[in-house]
Design a protein around this ligand. Structure first.
Ligand code: DQA
Length: 146
């Protein structure tokens, strides 16, 4: 049994009401329930958090060192801007999977670049909130492989 941290970046607290034509109608609570159920089935403990602050995300990633076995992260807009989050993830000792609800590659060009994707174990985009479950599956397999 390992610990999987699921970290969420800015504006994801508004899921369900924020641009539902892009992000759907599920709320962040719904996403947390989906992730908790997936972790329960796979036999992992879970920490699920969201912040609008870049510093919180950096701190949580640092705290995961030596404690969490894997990370699933939707850094939201920080994906496209944050070297600090990249550096924190590079210092994490386990696998992380980057997830985006929308297909960022089919959207504005500033969303096409990620500061994280080239150091991620995997990237899931455009699968809606179901992508969180796929990301947990992927991290879980990597943890089990050792
Ligand atoms: C997002 C995509 C980002 O470009 C955007 O800034 C978000 C959400 C997604 O889940 O599709 O806030 O990460």
């Amino acid at each position: 049994m390992g610990l999987i941290c699921v970290f969420n970046g800015p504006n994801l607290n508004l899921l369900g009401t924020r641009e539902p034509e892009i992000y759907g109608h599920d709320t962040l609570d719904d996403v947390e329930s989906l992730c908790a159920e997936k972790c329960r089935i796979l036999g992992h403990a879970m920490r699920f958090t969201q912040s609008n602050s870049e510093g919180d995300l950096v701190t949580w990633i640092q705290e995961a060192r030596g404690k969490a076995d894997g990370i699933v992260i939707n850094p939201a807009a920080f994906t496209h801007t944050s070297i600090a989050i990249r550096d924190a993830l590079a210092a994490f000792d386990g696998p992380f999977v980057e997830i985006h609800i929308s297909n960022v590659h089919a959207r504005e060009s500033f969303r096409h670049h990620s500061y994280l994707s080239d150091i991620a174990a995997g990237v899931i985009v455009g699968c809606g909130v179901a992508g969180y479950g796929y990301a947990i599956d992927a991290v879980s397999r990597l943890i089990d492989k050792g």
